[in-house]
Write a protein that binds this ligand. Structure first.
Ligand SMILES: Cc1ncc(COP(=O)(O)O)c(C=O)c1O
Length: 360
């Protein structure tokens, strides 16, 4: 039976590489001659260990994770890390948080339960349409870490520089991991919910400098302790086996496509097409300021809720789906994660041009 795929611009869970889905489908009933699917085998079996080690090794190689850092494959989504980070790293002291969107705001709120939070920046005054410059960041003396979110999925802004802070950098890369080169050695901790550029929802990747582990508050549950998870190689309990398998298949695709440089080039091509059109459009207006624009989540609107709704309806009819903006912002959002093909962005721009022609 012929399968008709749409162009899926969802913010997460989001599009996955077709080759990964096909391999998973082909291996569903009999994984590597076991007569079982990956979902049905023990997480303590040699067969699963191969899957686990393979996914970790591919991620280590693609992101060039140095031996000083450990990759953890955890559960609980990015939101669990909002609590795990202060429980492990704050030691009841002060941490600096740059609040540039919804998720960094939530992370700061959670951290306040475990110590003091100093706002190094807060861009809510302009509707989170920008990323602060290095000179605007305010640091507190003796901060345990500096926290920021590299890409604001909802507002469509992205840090185009790595901030210089006296304290270890802690970064939420949920929505731009594997889409740009990152010097991991500069970070104390990087984490990401997998459901955008990596795997199905249910897996959280944490890359932590091992020197920062072992300082958790006594109340920290074992399952949230970086020290425990490093010691048990993320296998304290049953890990999200299926998601880890899918991560491996996605990483195979990233490697075949040319690695992170290829992903970066492609995201610039896709978002570039949209921003080029938005800059000359007489109907659509981008939300983010030009110097802070995200290359992953492009947010825009027509200025009329009724026209936005008409645009979304027409888009869905053409197989351009999940373009509705987040409820906090309204409007339209095109999430251009790694697995969204360049043709998808082209089709979207063509539709925008046509829609504008009809309405202006
Ligand atoms: C940048 C960012 N951080 C955190 C989250 C929360 O992730 P989760 O739903 O995995 O807890 C999201 C969700 O979209 C996100 O985009």
């Amino acid at each position: 039976m012929a399968v008709e795929r749409v162009y899926n611009f969802a913010a997460g869970p989001s599009a996955m590489p077709e080759s990964a889905l096909k391999t998973a489908a082909a291996e569903m009933l009999d994984f590597r001659g076991s007569g079982m699917s990956v979902m049905e085998i023990s997480h303590r079996s040699a067969l699963f260990q191969e899957v686990f080690d393979g996914a970790k090794a591919k991620l280590k190689s693609l992101m060039r994770v140095p031996d000083t850092h450990e990759i953890l494959l955890l559960q609980g989504g990015a939101t669990t890390q909002f609590a795990a980070i202060p429980m492990n790293l704050l030691e009841g002291g002060t941490a600096d948080y740059a609040v540039t969107g919804n998720f960094s705001g939530k992370a700061a709120e959670e951290a306040r339960k475990y110590g003091k939070v100093h706002l190094a920046a807060d861009t809510s005054d302009t509707g989170h349409d920008r990323i602060p410059a290095q000179e605007e960041l305010s640091f507190s003396p003796n901060a345990k870490y500096f926290y920021y979110c590299a890409n604001n999925t909802i507002f469509g802004t992205e840090w185009h520089y790595v901030p210089e802070a006296g304290a270890p950098l802690v970064c939420d890369m949920s929505s731009d991991i594997l889409s740009r080169k990152v010097d991991v050695s500069r970070f104390g901790l990087i984490y990401a919910g997998a459901q955008k550029n990596m795997a199905p929802a249910g897996l959280t990747v944490v890359i932590v400098n091992k020197a920062l582990a072992g300082r958790e508050l006594p109340i920290t549950p074992k399952i949230l302790s970086y020290e425990t998870m490093i010691r048990t190689d993320s296998l304290l309990n049953t890990p999200p086996c299926w998601c880890i398998y899918m991560l491996g298949l996605t990483l195979d695709w990233v490697i075949r496509e040319g690695g992170i440089p290829a992903m970066e080039q492609r995201k610039r091509q896709k978002a570039g097409m949209l921003y080029d059109f938005l800059d000359e459009s007489r109907l659509f207006k981008a939300h983010a300021r030009p110097e802070s624009r995200s290359w992953m989540n492009v947010t825009f609107r027509t200025g009329s809720d009724a026209l936005d709704a008409e645009f979304l309806k027409g888009a869905a009819e053409r197989g351009l789906v999940n373009l509705k903006g987040h409820k906090l912002t309204g409007g339209i959002r095109a999430s251009l994660y790694n697995a969204v093909p360049v043709e998808g962005a082209k089709a979207l721009v063509e539709y925008m041009k046509e829609f504008e022609y009809r309405h202006v």
